[in-house]
Design a protein around this ligand. Structure first.
Ligand code: FAD
Ligand code: PYC
Length: 413
């Protein structure tokens, strides 16, 4: 049992707030961050912690971390295909592993093992390719055959007479899930303790510019806040906010849906993903089955959910776990995913001086929250993106040096 937990049992602890108190708003901050999701809050935390920059305001138009941070299915992994991504997400996983202690909040970080099922010869080849790339760069992944897969997840339907029989899988033992809200709350409260100001229900409607530089923001109530530097981290709204700063981002916004079942006794340890069926499933600490699939067929800025998605997702999940037939669904929801052409993010400088971007997080950005915080904080503090994120510069779309991650970014869109 962790010592900290044991101490709780014997000591009276004062009640702790999970949300930072709302401070008085100043006229000017060294840094203004638009977007109080996990990414914006993590950046504020590391600006204060790693760079001593505490005169920072995080502004969110809604309640804190109520965007995609609240809507995601919390899968954390580093089993990507490109060297750039394996290094980047690998670093994020290492940060996650110590994050509960660092933020002093229980993130329910739970390594489960992540299995990407391969139902075709082509999928087996890609799984082996990813395993080799991962191992080459020090990440723990390997290809497993049907026999080993059945041992790792005895509940899986391994029948050879279904439409897509399972041939093997990419196994990534460190694959994990965590409590998404707590990640954002942890960053918010610790950043606030170091002097960062966090404001919810504070919408930015304009980026103020002078002499080709960002100099502040205007809010929905018409008031202005001056800023030395401005950064946007507004997953799902990246194009609209970038337009306020006067540039375009190569992003298409598409809804991504998910749903959970009623709580069940724990039976599913690993996270299961099927690229051929376009579904994934894990079991949360509460016992609920957390399930999702591909993005919706058309671009849209709405977080409505559809009966068609629920029916087709349930049907495909039943191919993998036929015994779930009688299980009830509790909730279904969607978030808006900002998709790039190469399924990699857009991070760093923008055409506007003193204005930085953290965007293009599509369906894959929760796992990147800590590493985005660290690297964007360094970018904002020094004016130079660190090597880990230079491949994700927006300029890659002009010089065609894309970082193609379609095969490994999510469930197979
Ligand atoms: P958000 O949490 O969306 O925060 C952005 C904030 O900006 C919002 O709170 C919004 O209110 C605010 N904002 C927007 N416009 C303005 C404005 N004008 N002024 C002020 N504030 C503004 N990723 C994974 O790694 N693993 C997964 O398993 C996974 N599953 C997913 C499942 C679903 C259904 C969805 C939708 C996404 C999933 N993702 C997953 C992706 C992940 O959720 C996102 O990439 C990540 O949460 C982005 O974090 P963020 O802080 O950038 O954005
Ligand atoms: O990034 O692993 C992922 C993921 C799974 C589902 C949505 N995103």
């Amino acid at each position: 049992m962790p010592l900290a937990l044991l101490r709780c049992a014997f000591r009276r602890r004062p009640l702790r707030r999970l949300m930072p108190p709302t401070p008085t708003r100043k006229k000017h901050y060294d840094v203004v961050i638009i977007g109080g999701g996990g990414h914006g809050l993590a950046c504020a935390y590391y600006l204060a912690k790693n760079h001593g920059i505490r005169n920072v305001a995080v502004l969110d138009k809604s309640w804190l971390a109520g965007g995609n941070t609240a809507r995601n299915t919390t899968i954390i992994r580093s089993n990507y295909l490109t060297a750039e991504a394996v290094r980047f997400y690998g670093e994020s996983m290492r940060l996650y592993q110590n994050l509960s202690s660092e933020l002093d909040i229980n993130l329910l970080y739970s390594p489960r093992g992540h299995l990407t099922l391969a139902h075709t010869d082509a999928a087996c080849r890609t799984a082996r390719w990813r395993a080799n790339m991962n191992r080459h760069l020090g990440e723990d992944s390997r290809f497993v055959d049907r026999r080993e897969l059945a041992e790792l997840c005895p509940q899986l339907n391994m029948s050879e007479t279904v439409r897509y029989p399972i041939q093997g899988a990419l196994y990534h033992p460190p694959g994990a899930i965590a409590r998404h809200d707590a990640v954002a709350w942890g960053y918010a409260i610790r950043a606030a303790e170091m002097g960062v100001s966090v404001f919810s229900h504070t919408e930015v409607t304009e980026v103020l510019q002078a002499g080709g530089k960002a100099v502040g923001v205007r809010l929905a109530d018409g008031s202005e806040i001056g800023a030395g530097t401005v950064m946007q981290a507004v997953a799902g709204q990246s194009s609209q906010v970038a337009a306020m700063a006067g540039f375009k981002v190569p992003i298409t916004s598409i809804p991504l849906q998910a749903m959970v079942s009623q709580p069940l006794a724990p039976f599913l340890d690993p996270i299961i993903v099927s690229g051929s069926l376009h579904v994934y499933i894990s079991q949360s600490a509460r016992g609920e089955l957390v399930m999702g699939g591909s993005v919706d067929p058309r671009p849209l800025h709405r977080s409505r959910s559809t009966l068609h998605f629920k029916e087709s997702l349930a049907g495909d999940i039943l191919q993998l776990f036929p015994f779930l037939g009688g299980v009830r669904l509790l909730r279904q929801w969607a978030g808006v995913a900002d998709m790039t052409a190469d399924f990699s993010p857009v991070m760093g400088k923008t055409p506007l001086d003193n204005y930085y971007i953290d965007a293009g997080w599509g369906t894959w950005g929760f796992k990147a929250t800590p590493v985005c915080g660290v690297t964007m904080a360094e970018t904002v503090a020094t004016g130079q993106p660190p090597a880990l994120i230079t491949p994700y510069a927006m300029s890659r779309f002009d010089n065609l040096s894309l970082v193609g991650e379609k095969g490994a970014a999510a469930v197979g869109h």
